[in-house]
Each structure stands twice: as C-alpha cells, then as structure tokens.
Ligand binder design. Sequence first.
Ligand code: CDP
Ligand code: CDP
Length: 222
Amino acid sequence: MSRFQIAIDGPAGAGKSTVARLVAKQLGLTYVDTGAMYRGIAWRALKENISISHEDALSALAKETQFQLENEGIRINGQWLNEELRTPQVSQLASAIAKMAKVRQALVSKQQEIARYQNVVMDGRDIGTHVLPHANIKVFLTASIEKRAHRRFLELQAKGLSVNEKTLQEEIRKRDENDRKRKHSPLRKAEDAILIDTTEQSIPEVVEKILELCRTKVGGGE
Ligand code: CDP
Ligand code: CDP
C-alpha cells in the first residue's frame, strides 16, 4: 500500500523537529525524529564506553537498539530519553558516528521499516535524498547560522541553562560542516525539495506553508 510521507531535512537548529512535530500532529501522522536515533546511539556508546574507533561495535549497537518514536520524544530500549540526548557531548558524538556507513545502514533500514507501515513526517539530514526518496512532500529548512544559534541559545536559557552564544554558534557550525562534507549521505537539499528559509519566519508560518503544500498535493491528485 502506498504511504503518505513528508521528508524534512536541513542543518542544525533550522526548526525541523519543532515544525515536523506540529505538522504530524495536525495531520495525524507519525513523527520520526531520526536525529534522536543517531543521538541515542551516541548516548549508549558513551554509557557503555564504546570508543569512536570501533565502527563494528557501534553498528552492532545501532542494529540491536530498539527505538519507539512518539510525537513528544523517544524511548530507547524502553527508556524515555529527552534532555540526556541534547548535551553538547552527545551532539558531537552523534555527528561523528553519523559518518559511519554501517551505522547509517542500520538506522536507515529501521527508519524505512517504520515508514513502510505508517504515514510519517520524518526529519533529519538525508531523508529526502536517501531514506524516503519517493516522499510525497520534501522540504529543506534552513536559516542563517546566527539565527539558528540564537534560537538554540534562547531555548537553553529558557530551561535555565547558561551557555555562551558564540560557543553554541561554533558548535553548530562545526557539526554542519561535518554533516555536509561527510562521504555517506551528506546533508544536502534533494533536487525536488522545496527550500524554506526560516530566518524571518515564525513556526506557525512555516507549519502553514507545509500544510499548504500537502493540501495542494492531495487536492491536485499528485
Ligand atoms: O530540529 P532542528 O535542530 O532543526 O531545530 P528545532 O530544535 O526544531 O528548533 C530550534 C529552536 O528554534 C527551537 O527553540 C524552535 O522553537 C526555534 N524556532 C523558531 O523560533 N522559529 C522558527 N521558525 C523555527 C525554530
Ligand atoms: O537537532 P539538531 O538539528 O541539532 O540535530 P539532530 O537532528 O538531532 O541530529 C544530530 C546529528 O545526527 C546531526 O548533526 C547529524 O550528524 C546526525 N544525523 C544524520 O546524520 N542523519 C540524520 N538523518 C539525522 C541526524
């Protein structure tokens, strides 16, 4: 049976997860946060002391880990995880692990399996280009690096965490560079993806744009 799929890609802090979650809620689709899966493997690797040089051990970890993706977050082997996955250490390790072909293969097959049985909004870096190449709607979200770092800064500040905005900007810049330059499934806009620059756009405006794309697609019988 053919499924309805929305693929959202883009650099760190562009608004992917916020927007994807809201679109999924509005349309009653399953939200799949693929970044949380890479973060989950990084979190487990740190906990189990698996070195970044052990690609086979990391890909075995990716294969055996069970993910339950819910609109509000993720369960990893049954454990509800949230803030633990968002530390700078986990972010950097996730980006390093995401370079590994075998780890990617293990996670991509889990992502494709989820999309085989459910209608999804999936966000990440390679969804439109690799994971769901036939998605009904593909969106590439971006925003200036200053704006993305500033939004992340405000988000952390609201949680009572003190961070230096420049350090945050540098961390995001490095991670984007890693993601864009890696050999396997680098971050890039799929040719048929719609580019949305959120620098000057609010979350509701971006959500509405995507809902409008869906209405056009369904209404137009495409
Ligand atoms: O998932 P991704 O890393 O692309 O970004 P996010 O975590 O959804 O968004 C990063 C921060 O930017 C969050 O605090 C969002 O609420 C905020 N944001 C915003 O203020 N305006 C937008 N148009 C998009 C995101
Ligand atoms: O929320 P943010 O945009 O900062 O990051 P994320 O979406 O949670 O992804 C964390 C890291 O996982 C990224 O920096 C990528 O290195 C990696 N990732 C990936 O390679 N492919 C995906 N489909 C999703 C995430």
